[in-house]
Design a protein around this ligand. Structure first.
Ligand code: FES
Length: 154
């Protein structure tokens, strides 16, 4: 055996293994401690939001893609329904000829009142209450639900 060749002994092997285990355990503990400082917060869009001035909302049914809902306007009456399918959250399409909402993902059909008629959707589309903000904008509160016959009148 050459003089500069090191022989790996059992004692050396277990010594290295033990030190490595301690370092890995300390690193795991440190990562856990650092993660404790990162807040576990789910950032969601606010449930109350403005959709614009009533005079800017056209008569009939308007899709607001940024809010994922439909606004119905009949003169001074407004109501809002979610466009999010109650099955797996696809966006439903309004079919004016049939006066129904169709989900392009798995074929659920909802009546104009949001009632789930066919398909895998387990629940109706929710309707949201509206109010008027002091600055004259219509406000929707998607944290609450109202009945399909609810209307906000100016
Ligand atoms: S997501 Fe609408 S039917 Fe499945």
């Amino acid at each position: 055996m050459k003089e500069n060749e090191r022989k790996i002994t059992r004692r050396f092997f277990f010594g290295v293994l033990g030190k490595t285990s301690i370092i890995v355990a300390l690193l795991a503990e440190a990562i856990g401690a650092i993660k404790a400082f990162i807040p576990k917060v789910l950032y969601e869009p606010p449930s109350k939001f403005k959709i614009g001035k009533p005079e800017d909302i056209p008569e009939g049914i308007t899709f607001l893609p940024q809010h994922r809902l439909y606004i119905f306007r009949n003169n001074d009456d407004f109501h809002a329904i979610s466009a999010v399918c109650t099955h797996l959250k696809c966006i439903v399409d309004w079919k004016p000829d049939q006066r129904e909402f169709y989900c392009p993902c798995h074929g659920s059909i909802f009546s104009q009142a949001g009632i789930n008629l066919t398909g895998p959707a387990p629940k109706p589309l929710p309707w949201y209450p509206l109010s008027l903000a002091p600055d004259g904008n219509l406000v929707i509160d998607s944290s609450k639900q109202v009945k399909p016959d609810y209307k906000y009148s100016l």
